[in-house]
Design a protein around this ligand. Structure first.
Ligand SMILES: O=C(O)CCC(=O)C(=O)O
Length: 295
């Protein structure tokens, strides 16, 4: 590993996760998880997608507070869509009207998910593998550079955060490698410390779970390389994508709702996104039709 990453103290404990290894309980990394033919199939499928830009807050909240900001990257969700403006899935209290039933995984991803679930079930147990756990929500993150006010800005990072969905999380990466770090927050004003880090290579799989990696540490994407010259073509104006990540998690099925069954307010909040998605997706067109003709 090269130079010390930003925010790391000289003697901060760090775990390096190696290819196809389980160095620390709760962390698994497989650098060559995605086979070349699967990768080709996945990329061909990705090229049919129309990812969207989401805003962090609802239009209603933005009007009331004067605050609004676009997410750093275009996204697409499968299985169920957790809209940023509905504030994602945050048990125990933030579970209703957060996860909207979305398109199923394409066959190539479904096959990979089956293998990931098998591997995860073999590695986690007890409280680390909640009853009913399965990977039913997938966030597809596009990393790259955005055109902002006529300038190209590298937005290929994610700030430190927790994933609140119960149980292990799996992450498939394609394109340029990304520096993924688990961090612990420093005292007020002090930088976070890096507890473990791993470059996520093209075609790799990372699985993390258990109290340490899910609850006691945060995680972030610190930066994304440019070594391969990778470039994905998405119909997203003003954005050049060099890495795509699939983050797979579990939302208890009872908390996944069809769009037509969301509370009226939440439905109003996300309807503009559903309308945008419906331009290119029969699934989302049906959601809007279902709202007009309930039952
Ligand atoms: O892109 C990645 O590797 C991680 C993304 C992530 O942490 C997230 O979507 O919650």
């Amino acid at each position: 590993m090269s130079a010390r990453p930003a925010g790391t103290r000289p003697h901060a404990p760090r775990t390096r996760v190696q290819a196809r290894a389980r160095l620390a309980p709760g962390l698994l990394y497989d650098a060559t998880f995605v086979a070349p033919d699967e990768r080709a199939e996945l990329v061909a499928w990705l090229e049919t997608l129309h990812p969207i830009w989401e805003e962090r807050f609802t239009a209603r909240k933005a009007a009331a507070t004067g605050q609004q900001r676009r997410l750093l990257r275009p996204v697409y969700w499968l299985g169920n869509w957790q809209f940023a403006c509905l504030d994602y899935y945050r048990p125990p209290n933030g579970v209703d009207d957060r996860c909207v039933a979305a398109e199923p995984f394409p066959p190539v991803l479904a096959r990979m998910v089956e293998r990931i679930e098998q591997r995860t079930r073999a590695s986690f147990r007890g409280p680390d593998l909640p009853t009913g756990w399965h990977l039913n929500t997938c966030l597809i993150n596009l990393y790259g550079s955005a055109l902002q006010d006529g300038r190209t800005v590298d937005t290929a990072r994610v700030g430190e955060h927790r994933d609140f969905e119960p149980g292990p999380v799996a992450s498939i990466s394609i394109g340029e490698r990304a520096l993924f770090q688990f961090t612990t927050r420093g005292r007020r004003g002090e930088p976070s410390q890096v507890a473990a880090q791993q470059w996520l290579d093209d075609g790799s799989l990372l699985i993390f779970g258990g109290e340490l990696w899910k609850d006691r540490t945060l995680h972030r994407v610190q930066r994304v390389d440019r070594r391969l010259g990778a470039r994905f073509t998405f119909p997203v104006e003003g954005f050049a994508t060099r890495r795509v990540n699939f983050t797979l998690r579990y939302v208890p099925d009872r908390h996944v709702k069809p769009f037509a069954e969301l509370a009226a307010q939440a439905r109003d909040d996300v309807r503009p996104y559903v309308q945008e998605l419906a331009k290119h997706s029969a699934f989302f067109r049906r959601l809007l039709d279902g709202e007009r003709t309930p039952g």
